[in-house]
Ligand binder design. Structure first.
Ligand code: KIV
Length: 292
């Protein structure tokens, strides 16, 4: 945990090896256990879209989010608006094949939940039936409260998503962080509304440090920050951003690897070795046998 936060201090684990060892002993994360981490050791959340990445993330994360950011980082879309239920289900199924302990949450794509609580229930229950994920995430605050209640009282655990909402980019005029003080009250009201409606956690994206602190203090459910400072109860990043596999890096992303450079290097070496016939070498070949 950063020592630069002047607003609040929460317990953390400073030794990553110890943290991983502790995590290895843990049972599968459930919705009540996740919710109960409010104000406790920071919740580790990451996105994953494929089975193998989910397997790697599962070793350390409390929650794996199959985010609709997959439209941009996997499918090359300019934003998340073109993502469909079919995209989310296919990647949700892949992640569920790799995850064992982490709570798997799948995003509801744009257009699949806004129309009415009934439409949201139809699509969210399909998501759970077809992927076997534990919970869904949807973007929206007060305007989604009725829908969150409808889902969460019918067996569908909900993570809400407030602050900067990428699915609202056209009305907001782009991906705009919430920094103006006169916007704070609305975001705090959204946080309180989604909690009262039954969300068990809330993603808080792209907000000023002070607002993240106020939102986290305002609710008794965990706040999961992305671009929202250390003031939240947990953090989430998009895997490809975090590992250096996506060219555009927002300010709030810290790169913990440079996979793009490693991949470029590997591809270039492979191409050279194919061209100069040094690959495949003897050890990469099958030898003939006398009989089958
Ligand atoms: O789609 C996504 O990956 C998300 C995270 C950025 C929270 O919603």
């Amino acid at each position: 945990m950063s020592t630069t936060s002047t607003i609040s201090k929460k317990p953390g684990i400073s030794d990553p090896e110890q943290a991983s060892e502790n995590y290895a002993k843990k049972k599968k994360m459930t919705v009540p256990a996740f919710r109960a981490r409010k104000g406790g050791a920071p919740l580790v959340c990451l996105t994953a879209y494929t089975a193998h990445v989910a397997r790697l993330v599962d070793e350390h994360a409390d929650m794996i989010l199959v985010g609709d950011s997959l439209g941009m980082v996997i499918h090359g879309m300019p934003n998340t608006l073109g993502v469909t239920m079919e995209h989310m289900i296919m990647h949700g199924q892949a992640v569920m094949r790799g995850a064992e302990k982490a709570l798997v949450v799948v995003d509801m794509p744009f257009g699949s939940f806004e129309e009415s609580p009934e439409v949201a229930f139809r699509n969210a229950s399909r998501m759970i039936k077809e992927t076997n994920c534990t919970a869904i995430k949807l973007e929206g605050g007060r305007e989604m409260a009725k829908t969150i209640t409808y889902l969460s009282t019918r067996g569908i655990p909900v993570v809400a998503h407030i602050g900067l909402m990428p699915q609202q980019m056209n009305t907001a005029g782009g991906f705009k962080a919430v920094r103006a003080k006169d916007q704070f009250e609305a975001v705090i009201a959204d946080a309180k509304a989604v909690e009262a409606a039954g969300a068990f956690a809330v993603v808080v994206e792209g907000v000023a440090v002070r607002l993240a602190n106020e939102v986290t203090k305002a609710v008794d459910i965990p706040t999961i920050g992305i671009g929202a400072s250390v003031e939240c109860d947990g953090q989430i990043l998009v895997f490809e951003d975090m590992i250096g596999l996506f060219p555009r890096v927002p300010t709030f992303v810290k790169r913990y690897g440079n996979m793009e450079d490693m991949m470029r290097d590997g591809i270039a070496r492979y191409a050279n070795e194919v061209r100069d016939r040094s690959f495949p070498a003897d050890e990469h070949t099958y030898k003939a046998k006398e009989s089958g």
